[in-house]
Design a protein around this ligand. Structure first.
Ligand SMILES: NC(=O)c1ccc[n+]([C@@H]2O[C@H](COP(=O)([O-])OP(=O)(O)OC[C@H]3O[C@@H](n4cnc5c(N)ncnc54)[C@H](OP(=O)(O)O)[C@@H]3O)[C@@H](O)[C@H]2O)c1
Length: 252
């Protein structure tokens, strides 16, 4: 799988990661399948895993599914609360789930980002967090996301990017490239809505053809889908003309 240097870090991250929203919020009876999904993508080279306290049981399920692989994985998770006390509690749970360290800690949906970055910077300086990031799913918040990016306090952003959600192209991706920030593409399959008309690999390649993106994080509860997604992380990448045709088709 292709690896890209993740923003200004020295890390080279395989371009297809794994999201965990909904798919990893499962009870013990379905945890085996989540473990199989992790095993499948791991064998195909995936090392980047995204989660959040917002995703119910997903962080715990991911931590257990990674097991011994944790040390070699890149765990990106989030803090999602307006309460600083609750944030501490979310972080304490994450340290338990993920072996005492979070590789990329993101402020989820920009909730109280200034205050969270204060304590997250201390945790980074203490070595319990590797890098800091911020995420938002909605283009109406992109002005505020730009503000965070320009503070110089974060190393990475996470935004939606697929043939029907391209708002990031206007200002966020150019600014991320200018500031040399890591870029994570969430919802690369449009939350599954684009799958009816396109092959998942075609969609992932559409997103990854934009070299300002470092990793796309499709979510799946299926081992077969997981394998197909991981395989899409190999070049060749579609040229501009082909990407435009996909956008035209998606809009119909
Ligand atoms: N920070 C934020 O605000 C935010 C918001 C949204 C998402 N995210 C992150 O981004 C990740 C991805 O976004 P998402 O989960 O919303 O949507 P997505 O990855 O675009 O789509 C997931 C859907 O696609 C289906 N799918 C996956 N691979 C497939 C394949 N090869 N063939 C057919 N169907 C396939 C899955 O169903 P099956 O289970 O049947 O495969 C699932 O229903 C999330 O899990 C989360 O980690 C972050």
């Amino acid at each position: 799988m292709e690896r890209r240097r993740f923003g200004r870090t020295e890390l080279r991250v395989p371009v297809v990661g794994l999201g965990t929203w909904q798919t990893f919020d499962v009870g013990p009876e379905r945890e085996g399948r989540a473990r199989d999904v992790v095993e499948a993508v791991w064998l195909d080279g995936t090392r980047f895993f995204d989660s959040s306290p917002m995703y119910g049981r997903a962080e715990g399920v991911l931590g257990r599914a990674l097991g011994q692989r944790r040390e070699a994985a890149w765990v990106a998770t989030k803090i999602w609360t307006s309460s600083l006390g609750e944030a501490r509690s979310q972080f304490a749970h994450q340290l338990e789930f993920f072996g005492g360290r979070i590789d990329l800690e993101q402020v989820h949906n920009l909730v109280r980002w200034r205050e969270h970055l204060d304590w997250m910077e201390e945790e980074r300086d203490a070595g319990r967090i590797g890098f800091l990031g911020a995420t938002h799913y909605g283009s109406s918040a992109f002005g505020e996301l730009e503000e965070v990016m320009r503070t110089g306090r974060i190393d990475a952003i996470q935004v939606p990017y697929n043939p029907l959600e391209r708002d990031a192209e206007r200002r966020i991706l150019p600014l991320a490239a200018e500031l040399d920030l890591g870029v994570i593409a969430m919802r690369p399959l449009g939350g599954g809505s684009l799958i009816r008309r396109f092959d998942a690999a075609e969609l992932l390649k559409w997103t990854l053809a934009d070299m300002r993106v470092h990793v796309a994080i499709p979510a799946t509860s299926s081992v077969a889908h997981a394998r197909a997604n991981a395989k899409a992380g190999e070049p060749p990448w579609p040229a501009d003309e082909k990407r435009r045709r996909v956008v035209d088709l998606a809009r119909r």
